[in-house]
Design a protein around this ligand. Structure first.
Ligand code: ADP
Ligand code: MG
Length: 681
């Protein structure tokens, strides 16, 4: 039977049913999956060193001849040492094997071997304990080390891999990457890539092979995303001609940062094109995304179009409406606010203005999506806090115009690579610069013994007229080790904060109740807001200057950063106190990162390093396939290349149905079959 990529692994030479079940534990059921089981690292047996030149304490490979046969020393029951000496013709090396009768028996005096291990020096005596040993002939190569599982060693996987490559033979020459793409991006063939990723003929060959496989994987990912998100680049009904940014800048009470200027320019350039803009503006808390949105809206309106902005909560919508009308009304832009809780009469009046074009910029909650909302000439749709809206909601709002431009704003700093993947259908502008004069939030991590002192510090700020937050862990059934929020706030109100007005916010409250509490806090009718993580939503209360986070180890870095971003929004120096008794290394490291930096992008990078991309944006949560070889952090330049290639391919052959793309299409399907299409939004 001819072996193909879809042949079950148990039919491979040397693999039976039992071994096949071990492979299955690694997720390998067919030959194709075996070939995608890439080495986790390599041992370079091709670069041998002399005994004298061996770096102490680091693995290296030494070619030497056995001078003596291994001698067995029984140290005690169950422990035998085998000792022998070898020489490279100049120096002598003493080798010790532990309980390895099998390896010892293979050593013949006068035979030449490769010893891969770590050299240590005991005085002038050079030693190597438990090296890996291969006959010198044919052994001097780069050897793959595979992720293994119980009963299945790297060496066994290596031999299965060699058999698979041999058995496949001709099928290896069927390359999913069309020759034109390979040429354009200087990529090797699939055969070369697979042979050399597993059995590199040298370091350079390995790099060439890896480059090709990373490119292929990222290309498949991009193709899948582009296709699933159905980006048919139709013509927009709102091609803008003029750029009114200069006029807008004059309205501002401050000077735009460089990053803000660039983001606005990116958007204006997009909107002057034939196709609708789809752009994500990503900025850390306080980076001034609202001023960017306002600037983009300003130019759209000056070109005769209407703009709409959707916020995830009423309170955020109200805040935006207030600050945007203050900013834009002097520039003769008429701003309106639409929320679900407006009276019917007011709503009707407002909607009439929207329909006739007397409102230029409509801000609201998802109420904007309701049926009665009709625009005269909607040219720009803005959504704030991206993670709260699905692709579907964005599309529903966009449907109220003729392919209007779309601007998505996100306050969740994520590494650029991930942003490009998660928002594969959007172009990205990053606000990586804060307005000048911002004072970083001072952050301290303390043990619970200092809790009373932390409370005292909070009281001091409240006494000065400021406000604060205390964040306690989630209210959940069965969390016996954590005081529930209600209980906790009761204790605070009876004890350390007896003379202060407290508010409580938790996840089980109805939206209306939450909004009321938030409005009371924003209006300074609540001094200290005790809350679970629901406070995360981007509310701006500049008078709040202190935050205490209980059980800080229970939160991820990104979440801590979002929480902390609720303070430090005004002219006052702000403080964040993280309370935790956690001892484990990762938690300690996380808290230390928080104390060291205020930079959300740095924190996101650290988060990614600590948790890995799989976890950071777990495939289940975000519907992205697992990447086998590409490293999202390290392979950025290649990612861009792959993205461009994907766009070009889709532009020329949207359904990938041309014969030269059929293998590629099959591979995209295979990659995305793991997650199912529904996960992708
Ligand atoms: P976010 O990106 O978190 O939404 P905002 O848009 O709410 O940030 O801006 C935070 C604050 O910074 C606002 O009070 C805003 O007026 C102010 N701001 C924005 N841009 C600048 C700037 N270039 N210079 C000074 N202050 C700015
Ligand atoms: Mg904001």
């Amino acid at each position: 039977m001819a072996v193909t990529l879809s042949t079950p692994i148990q039919f491979l030479k040397g693999v039976g049913e039992r071994r096949a079940s071990q492979f299955a534990r690694l997720g390998i059921t067919d030959i194709g999956a075996l070939l995608r089981h890439y080495p986790r690292q390599y041992e370079d047996w091709s670069n041998t060193v002399t005994i004298a030149a061996a770096p102490l304490g680091e693995p290296c490979c030494i070619k030497a001849t056995a001078l003596t046969a291994p001698q067995e020393h029984r140290v005690r029951k169950g422990l035998s040492l085998f000792k022998f000496t070898v020489s490279d013709g100049i120096s002598i090396l003493h080798i010790t094997l532990f309980n390895n009768k099998y390896a010892a028996a293979k050593i013949k005096v006068g035979g030449e071997y490769l010893f891969f291990g770590t050299v240590t020096a005991g005085g002038r005596r050079m030693e190597m304990a438990s090296p890996l040993i291969e006959p010198a002939q044919g052994g001097a190569r780069i050897r793959p080390i595979y992720p293994q599982t119980e009963g299945l060693t790297s060496r066994m996987i290596e031999s299965a891999m060699a058999n698979a490559l041999l058995a496949l033979d001709r099928e290896l020459d069927q390359d999913p990457l069309p020759p034109t793409i390979r040429q354009e991006h200087t990529l090797c063939t699939r055969r070369y890539a697979l042979e050399n990723i597993h059995f590199p003929t040298g370091q350079e060959a390995l790099a060439v092979a890896r480059r090709r496989l990373v490119f292929e994987e990222l290309l498949l990912l991009q193709l899948g995303l582009l296709r699933l998100k159905g980006r048919t680049r139709s013509r927009t009904g709102a091609v803008l001609t003029g750029d009114f940014t200069e006029e807008y800048v004059k309205l501002l009470p401050f000077t735009l940062t460089g990053a803000q200027t660039r983001a606005i320019a990116d958007c204006v350039r997009d909107m002057q094109g034939e196709c609708p803009m789809s752009r994500l503006v990503q900025g850390d808390v306080g980076s001034g995304k609202t001023a960017v949105a306002a600037g983009v809206a300003y130019t759209a309106v000056r070109n005769g179009f209407q703009a709409a902005m959707m916020a995830p909560t009423e309170i955020l919508a109200e805040q935006h409406a207030k600050s945007l009308s203050k900013l834009l009304e002097p520039g003769e832009i008429r701003v309106g606010l639409l929320t679900g809780s407006m009276s019917v009469a007011k709503k009707r009046e407002l909607l009439a203005f929207v329909a006739t074009g007397q409102i230029d910029f409509l801000i609201g909650t998802h109420a904007l999506l309701s049926e009665g909302v009709e625009f005269r000439r909607l040219g720009l749709v803005i959504t704030d806090e991206q993670h709260r809206f699905g692709v579907g909601q964005r599309a529903a709002l966009a449907a109220k115009g003729v392919n209007p431009h779309l601007l998505v704003m996100s306050a969740t700093p994520i590494p650029r690579t991930l942003a490009l993947i998660l928002y594969g259908d959007l172009d990205v502008s990053i606000l990586d610069e804060l307005p000048p004069g911002r004072r970083p939030i001072e952050t301290y991590a303390v043990g619970s013994v200092k809790r009373e002192r932390a409370y005292g510090y909070v009281r001091k700020h409240l006494d000065q007229g400021r406000q604060g937050y205390i964040v306690c862990p989630l209210v959940e059934e069965g969390e016996t080790d954590l005081i529930s929020a209600t209980e906790y706030v009761g204790k605070l109100a009876a004890g350390p904060f007896k003379n202060y007005t407290l508010g409580l916010l938790h996840g089980k409250m109805k939206p209306m109740e939450k909004e009321r509490v938030m409005a009371d806090f924003a209006g300074n009718r609540i001094q200290l807001l005790v809350s679970t993580t629901v406070v995360e939503v981007g509310v701006d209360v500049p008078n709040a200057v202190i935050m205490v986070i209980e059980n800080a180890e229970r939160f991820g870095l990104a979440q801590l950063h979002q929480l902390r971003g609720r303070v430090g929004r005004g002219q006052y120096q702000s403080t964040c106190i993280l309370i935790s008794d956690a001892q484990n290394e990762e938690a300690v490291r996380r808290l230390r990162v928080m104390c060291q930096t205020n930079d959300g992008f740095k924190i996101a990078d650290e988060d990614l390093k600590l948790r890995g991309p799989g976890d950071f944006f777990g495939s289940r949560q975000h519907g992205l396939p697992n990447l086998k070889i590409a490293d999202l952090m390290g392979d950025m330049p290649l990612f861009r290349e792959a993205q461009e290639a994907a766009q070009a391919l889709i532009a020329a052959d949207p359904a990938l149905e041309q014969p030269e793309n059929s293998l590629l299409q099959k591979e995209v399907q295979r990659l995305f079959n793991q997650v199912g299409e529904s996960g992708l939004n």
